[in-house]
Design a protein around this ligand. Structure first.
Ligand SMILES: [Zn+2]
Length: 118
């Protein structure tokens, strides 16, 4: 799996702008390259795991998720792991202080994985 450099840099910027709130989005793309994100607006009291994927455009392939940790924890939480299994296979966590390397990718089990930035 690969990700576009402009995309990861843009996601880091959005995470910084949302601080101290968390930012969540789904990742999509084509041919094994993550190229875009789909912002998930969610209502007060609802959570990411409850997002209805039937709202997405037909044929959109969800590669995984991205969200920010306003705390400086780079690791997925227990709740994150429950969410990960519902949406694709690659999960990016961007953490405070939102530097260029302040992010990691995980598989659905929460194991850190390498993704190539292109
Ligand atoms: Zn998290």
């Amino acid at each position: 799996m690969k990700i576009r450099r402009e995309l990861i840099e843009g996601l880091i910027e959005i995470s910084r702008e949302n601080h101290p709130y968390e930012f969540f989005a789904l990742l999509t793309g084509k041919k094994g390259v993550i190229e875009e994100f789909v912002y998930i607006p969610f209502e007060q009291g609802s959570d990411f795991a409850g997002f209805n994927t039937s709202l997405l455009p037909i044929g959109m392939r969800i590669y995984g998720t991205v969200h920010s940790h306003p705390s400086n924890s780079p690791h997925p939480s227990t709740q994150d792991l429950a969410t990960f299994s519902s949406f694709g296979s690659i999960h990016i966590i961007i953490h405070y202080p939102y530097c260029r390397s302040c992010w990691n990718a995980f598989d659905s089990q929460g194991n850190m994985v390498e993704i190539e930035v292109i």
